[in-house]
Design a protein around this ligand. Structure first.
Ligand SMILES: Cc1cc2nc3c(=O)[nH]c(=O)nc-3n(C[C@H](O)[C@H](O)[C@H](O)COP(=O)(O)OP(=O)(O)OC[C@H]3O[C@@H](n4cnc5c(N)ncnc54)[C@H](O)[C@@H]3O)c2cc1C
Length: 361
């Protein structure tokens, strides 16, 4: 759950934009002021060999004490909202994004429909089925919400989790800036995971997820969320050199504050999407041990920057060091090697097998 957010934290974790014209927050950065692990100060620009490490730094290089950011004016956009059969997703998701400023979809897997918001500058034309409007969405949202309330033990629908789906009720076309249209999160304790796959892998991701979610005894509490960005700077960027679709998964904590039982489903989902060349959003839930070696391009360059800026490992971070394959140095953290750690319920102990990798660069 996020109740407050810092610019440096959003930068460090690769917080992303929406729409093919943006990547991650790293793309807005003109200069970074970094106090490194030795106490030395650096003003880093794209001329520095390690700029691509600093723009998505996982907090492992030192303290970011200043940022020079590039902005652009926020224009008013039109937002078309429609609900169509789920098989439109593999066929149309990339096109919705290519034809607009940004398109965000919510895939209600239990109801076989996808609800989409296409933001555009009044130049986007829906197909006939898209133009027919949000058929039955209110009924689907009401049923999804009822299921969520039952799952988390919130009989009255009073938890923030139960309120998160209300934004879909009475969905209508609207206008606003990207920020105004998409700022809709309600802080609720949850397991929140987002995996970026290459945009052209969406049809395979859709087919694999459909099978996985149907077969799993665990259920997600929210529709699968799809957002797209263009390629992004940063050695560790989930989007890398090609446009990416971020697929988001949510399972809420129970009304009593217990962690979700659905973690095995999150692990299986990671295996599936990492096998399509996916990489996790570093600011959300992920299982370091599941990321296959084939999806680690850029990691050696990042580790070299860690050696340059933090040779004494003052900014060591257990989770990210496990991701990067860096040996822990702090007393108490030099326990068993990552792959022999005790298993969490449903957690695999080996990286997922990969079908192939699509990352470049
Ligand atoms: C429920 C939920 C919803 C989310 N939704 C989205 C979303 O819609 N889109 C999206 O892109 N992301 C999303 N995220 C991820 C989120 O954007 C980032 O994790 C968050 O912005 C990190 O910012 P923070 O201030 O909370 O950082 P923290 O969690 O405090 O820190 C994150 C990392 O940044 C490092 N850090 C913080 N400050 C500095 C500094 N000054 N110098 C160097 N390193 C620093 C920390 O060491 C740490 O490693 C979501 C996360 C959650 C949990």
């Amino acid at each position: 759950m996020i109740t407050s957010q810092t610019v440096a934290g959003a930068l460090a974790t690769g917080t992303h934009a929406q729409g093919l014209s943006g990547g991650t927050f790293s793309d807005c950065v003109a200069a970074i002021d970094l106090m490194d692990g030795t106490g030395a100060f650096h003003r880093l620009t794209s001329a520095d060999a390690d700029f691509d490490a600093a723009v998505l730094n996982l907090g492992c290089l030192g303290v970011v004490v200043g940022l020079e950011l590039r902005g652009r004016p926020a224009n008013e956009l039109h937002c078309a909202r429609f609900t169509v059969a789920e098989d439109s997703l593999p066929e149309r998701y990339a096109a919705w994004n290519r034809e607009s400023v940004a398109a965000k979809s919510w895939w209600f897997t239990e109801h076989q429909v996808v609800h989409t918001w296409v933001t555009h500058d009044d130049s986007w034309t829906p197909t006939a089925s898209e133009a027919r409007g949000p058929a039955d969405l209110d009924r689907i949202v009401t049923r999804t919400r009822r299921q969520l309330m039952a799952d988390i033990g919130d009989g009255q629908g009073r938890t923030p989790a139960a309120q998160t789906l209300e934004k879909f009720l009475g969905a209508r076309d609207s206008k606003g800036t990207l920020h105004e249209l998409f700022k809709n999160g309600i802080p609720a304790p949850q397991l929140n995971m987002e995996i970026a796959v290459p945009l052209d892998a969406v049809p395979e991701a859709y087919a694999g997820l459909k099978e996985l979610l149907h077969a799993s005894p665990y259920k997600l509490h929210c529709p699968v969320i799809l957002r797209t960005t263009g390629p992004a700077h940063g050695h560790l960027s989930p989007a890398q050199a090609v446009p990416a679709a971020y697929l988001g998964f949510v399972s809420y904590m129970t009304a009593e504050g217990l962690i979700t039982a659905a973690r095995p489903l999150f692990d299986d989902t990671q295996c599936l999407l990492y096998g399509l060349g996916g990489r996790p959003h570093w600011g959300k839930y992920f299982t370091p041990e599941l990321l296959p070696v084939s999806n680690t391009n850029g990691f050696p360059e990042f580790c070299r920057a860690v050696s340059r800026f933090d040779p004494h490992r003052r900014f060591e971070n257990d989770t990210f060091y496990r991701v990067l394959g860096l040996a822990p140095t702090r007393p108490g953290t030099d326990g068993p090697a990552p792959f022999s750690r005790p298993r969490l319920p449903g957690q695999r102990t080996e990286p997922c097998p990969t079908a192939r990798t699509r990352h470049q660069g």
